[in-house]
Structure formats: C-alpha cells, structure tokens
Design a protein around this ligand. Structure first.
Ligand code: ARG
Length: 590
C-alpha cells in the first residue's frame, strides 16, 4: 500500500474539510458558517452528522434565494460534496441534519494504513505551537503530598497528549522555592546547627519538621520573628551564607521530589519561583505603565472587575508574593518563551488566584479578552483525594500520605495477586517485578485520571486493583490478552500488515474499526478541554467493543483470520498509545 506519512487529522477534521469544500462550491458567497461535524447521537441514523444547513438557511432566507428551506440547503451541500471514498452515503433528516455513513472499505483501509505508517499519523492537529504545562510544583522543605500527586499525574498526561499532537511542550515545575518562609527556616537552622554549612545535611523528613517548628517560633517569639525577617532581607540581598543555606535546602527537597518523578516516569524542568524573581520589577513596571497598579492600604494592588478584593502585587512590607511571581512568570512565558498556551495544574482551591491574575493580564493586554483566542491561559483545577471515611486522604500515622509509600503498596499488592495466580513459578523474578510495578503504578494513575478531575475521588486500593470494571488492571490485562491471541496464531503480523487485506464485514468488526478511527478526535477533545478522563472513557469503551467483537467473531482458524488478526493488532496499537498518553506502562502477558 502506497502511503504518505503526514498526520491526517481527526475523522471530524477530515469530514469538515470535505463539507467546507462543498460549501464553497454550493454557497460561494457565504464564508462564515463552518461545518459542525459531530458523532451521531443515535448510531442508527449514521456515524457522523453535519449540522450547518439550518444556520446557512437562516443566513440566506428572505434574500431572494431559490431554496425553500433548510432541507433543500442540506441537499445542495450533499450534492456538492467532492468525490471521496470516505463516505458511503448521506441522508437528510429533520431541519437539515446531514447524517453521514462512512464506507466500510474506507474504515478498513484507514485502519490498515495506520498499522503501516504508525499511529503518529493519527495525531490530531491543534491550533497551538508551543505550550507551557505548569504542573506538580511542590514546595521546598515540604513533603510532596497526594494533591501534588494529582497535579503530577494530570499534568504529565496533558503534556503527553499535547506532545503526541505535535505541540512543543515546556514542562515546568514551578516549585515554591522563594518567599519569606525561607527566612524563618534558615534562621531556625542556623540556630539549631551553628555549624550547619560544615555538618551533615538534614533529611527531608527532618526538614519538614524544622519547617513546622520554625513557623511556631515565628508566630510566638517576636525576637525570632525579627531575626527571620532580617534573614529574608539577607537572602534576597544575595548574602552568600544565606544563599548557600537556601540552595542546600532546595537541593535536599529536589532529590526527594526526583525519586517520586522517577518512579512515576515523569520528567519536568524546574523553573521555580526564584527563577522569576529578577524579572518581577520589570513586569510590574509594565503593568504600572498601563496604569493598572494602585495603592491600597499600604500595598500595591490591581483591581479586578467583579472582585471585591484586589490582587496584591507588592505587599505592605515591600516584598513580592505568589501573585507577583505568577504574573511575572506569565509575562516570561509569553514574551521570552513565546508560548501560546499556558496551562496550570493545581487543586481547585487555587482557582480564585488564577482567575485574578489571568484577569489582570487581560487588563494589561497581555492576554486577549476573548477566552477562546490565543495566547491563552488555562487553570486545570482538580478536586480532593478522599479516604474511605470521606475525609481528606490521610494515613493513621502521618498527617498527609506519603506518595512513595502509596506507590510501594500498590506494587506489593499487585505482586501478591500475581503470586497467588502462580506467576512466580511461570515468570522470572524480574518479569514478576516489572509487571507488578507497571500494573500497580498504572492502577494508581488510572484511578485518578478516569474521574472528571473537578470531582473529589476516594482512594481505594481494593477498587483500583480489581481486575474487573473500569480499572487499569482490567485494561492492561485486556491488552495482554489481545497480544496473546496474536502470538498464539503463529502468524507474522508484520508480514500481514503489508500483504493481508482488511475487510470489516461483520457489524461488530465495523464498529470496532470505526471506534479505532475515533482515537484522534478523542485526543483532540481531551486536549482542547483539558480533560484526560475522556481518554480513559474511550479506552474502556474500546476494550468493551473489542470484547464484543471477539465474542461474536472467531479470529484464529476462521476464513477471515488475516483481517481479524489485523484488527486485533490495531486495537492493541491504539490501546498501547492510550496507555502511553496516560503514563501507564503496558504489559504483554498475564
Ligand atoms: N507550589 C504551589 C502549591 O504547592 C503550586 C504552584 C502552581 N503553579 C503556579 N504557577 N502557581 O500549591
């Protein structure tokens, strides 16, 4: 099969292109009614729908047109469609809906083409070139908690989906490494360890305890408070002793964070709050020149329409804060990094903060006032992780759950389950360990990602590690089963891809093929709406469609063996891509 390897865009995009052409041919004077292509609500009517005859009719009626209503308009659109083997037939329903049935042969051909050219040719096309995904972003001297786990998992998936869509992604770890809290921490450490620079460095657990203790001292001891405030000045003034201590503290935390990232297979580039510090005066000056900054109760603030409390950008003591840093980082990302989409992943508790500084940026003209125009800034908020008791997820011993412990437990539970199924005898120790890790970590990630991120979800090991229902375990096993069907057939799948032909004669084959073809538009939708759960829903539905096909269509030993094996392979390829986008490692045998 001769193919070109360019990304072809989603099915919707391909159909929209055909309908645009027909529109230009049938209604050359009208250019502002883009075809709205959507999946048919009721598959009985067709596979897709194009809904623009009504709006077209509204444009032309009463202006001496020959058309008598939306139905004939729809008919004209259909008649002017360019020749394409994509569409089997179109019918017009209701007020000019055009129902589209795709050609079975075209579906088969497209699936096979993907098998030959690679799934990258199914990358959706997005209207952005470079995005910043600001995620994970824990705070120095504090342990990463379950909220940061959500940010890391969701942010990584969004970054992966955008990268797959050929968007350049700057993965930014906006760590909390600056601010007045470091004054008290450093002062406390100097007091506790007079030889701190020479001595051994504290562990992260200690650091966190020191942090809490220093806060207590700060609140209760005015003398300490004064020294801590002086320490901030020394630190921000660049005094070496203070800088060194600060850098050392950051390094301890960084190493700890890195352990979690390595386990999760997530990579990020740290540009913490301190990175933007030198740029703050300039950014604030730009805002000031626009007349945005005002004096209020001794602080310098920006008033935001519809908000009672203004956004403070310079505190009463002259110091900068979270908002000054974020405004500056936004300026930097827009002007220095030339990003056209800035995405921030944090808990919904911070929504107000983001709304406020996005509004300030709009007032300054840094961002367009229309939400849908680029450059764009989006806050990706998420809900809480709850424990079985319905309260914020905690363990008995510590206040917050340690991430590393969670991952360890998921893995060891999986290992146990595999051993119970006799895998320790069948597999090497390494295989057992790798599978337990892939399934265990995958389960934790998937349990998070499958929920609409705005809702709270309950962390439950038994549920997420079940091999039934919508879990990573079920899906990973489903994929492994498909791989084993192909392996056991004894056929050379690489050879079949090129020489074999696909035909999707059975209804369940056609449905599965169509569903595979919808993968690009799901990724597109998940990216556009910043909703990874859409991809999870797709993946789950795909495995259900596969089960249906496999139940009703014999694969090995049937007359259609070649075609059906190719369909199995295509399902496995798409499932693997979904896993990859969700940051989950696939397994090949169970
Ligand atoms: N460090 C913050 C926290 O732990 C999250 C930072 C998010 N990113 C940002 N640009 N504000 O809550």
């Amino acid at each position: 099969m001769e193919t070109d390897k360019e990304s072809i865009g989603s099915l919707k995009q391909q159909l929209a292109k055909l309908f645009e052409e027909s529109l230009r041919a049938a209604f050359p004077d009208i250019s502002d009614v883009p075809p709205l292509v959507a999946i048919c609500n009721d598959p009985k009517n067709g596979d897709y729908q194009c809904n623009n005859a009504m709006s077209l009719w509204n444009k032309i009626k009463g202006k001496g047109t020959q058309f008598k209503g939306p139905q004939p308009v729809g008919k004209a659109i259909v008649e002017n469609l360019p020749g394409s083997d994509m569409i089997e037939n179109c019918s017009i329903a209701g007020p000019g809906f055009i129902n589209i049935v795709l050609a079975r042969q075209w579906i088969a051909k497209s699936v096979q083409k993907m098998l030959i050219d690679g799934i990258e040719t199914w990358a959706p096309k997005l209207p952005v070139k470079r995005t910043v995904v600001d995620f994970s972003s824990p705070n120095i001297a504090k342990e990463m908690h379950v909220g940061h786990l959500r940010s890391t998992i969701i942010g990584d998936t969004l970054a992966r989906m955008l990268e797959f869509s050929n968007v350049e992604v700057l993965r930014r770890n906006h760590v909390g490494d600056w601010g007045t809290q470091f004054g008290m921490l450093i002062e406390f450490l100097f007091e506790k360890f007079p030889n701190w620079e020479a001595g051994s460095t504290p562990a992260i657990g200690d650091l966190e305890a020191f942090y809490k203790a220093s806060k207590q001292r700060f609140d209760s001891d005015p003398d300490f408070k004064e020294r801590a405030q002086k320490a901030v000045v020394s630190l921000q003034g660049g005094e070496e002793k203070y800088r060194k201590a600060w850098a050392q503290i950051c390094e301890i935390s960084r190493k700890e964070f890195q352990k979690v990232y390595e386990r999760l297979g997530v990579h990020l580039e740290e540009k913490g709050e301190s990175f933007y510090n030198p740029y703050i005066p300039k950014a604030l000056e730009l805002l000031n020149e626009k007349g945005l900054i005002e004096e209020s109760e001794g602080a310098r603030v920006i008033f935001i329409e519809g908000k009672k409390i203004p956004l403070i950008v310079v505190k009463r003591d002259g110091g900068f804060n979270y908002a000054s840093t974020d405004l500056t980082a936004l300026w930097y990302r827009l002007n220095e990094e030339k990003a056209d989409w800035m995405i921030y992943v944090t808990d919904i508790g911070q929504r107000e903060h983001f709304e406020m500084f996005f509004s300030a940026a709009k007032r300054a003209g840094w961002l367009p006032s229309n939400e849908n125009d680029y450059p764009k800034a989006s806050h990706v908020g998420f809900g809480l992780v709850l424990g079985e008791d319905g309260k914020r997820f905690r363990t008995r011993s510590t206040e917050v759950v340690k991430l590393v412990d969670l991952l360890d437990e998921a893995k060891s539970r999986c290992k146990l389950a595999l051993e119970e199924r006799g895998k320790a005898k069948e597999w090497t120790a390494e295989e057992l360990d790798q599978t337990a890790e892939a399934v265990g970590y995958g389960a934790v990630k998937y349990a998070d990602l499958k929920n609409n991120r705005l809702t709270n979800y309950t962390f439950n090991f038994d549920q997420m590690l079940s091999d039934k229902g919508n879990t990573a375990v079920y899906l990973l096993y489903a994929h492994a089963r498909i791989c084993s069907i192909i392996r056991k057939s004894g056929r050379d799948i690489e050879e079949l891809k090129k020489s074999g032909a696909m035909d999707l004669a059975h209804q369940d084959e056609r449905m599965l093929g169509l569903h595979l073809l919808q993968f690009p538009e799901i990724v597109e939708e998940a990216c556009t709406n910043l909703l990874p759960n859409l991809l999870c829903e797709y993946l789950y539905k795909l495995s259900e469609d596969f089960t249906k096909f496999y139940t009703n269509c014999q694969v090995v030993g049937s007359a259609e063996e070649t075609s059906r094996l190719l369909l199995c392979e295509a399902t496995a390829v798409v499932m693997r891509k979904c896993f990859h986008l969700l940051g989950i490692t696939p397994v090949y045998k169970i």
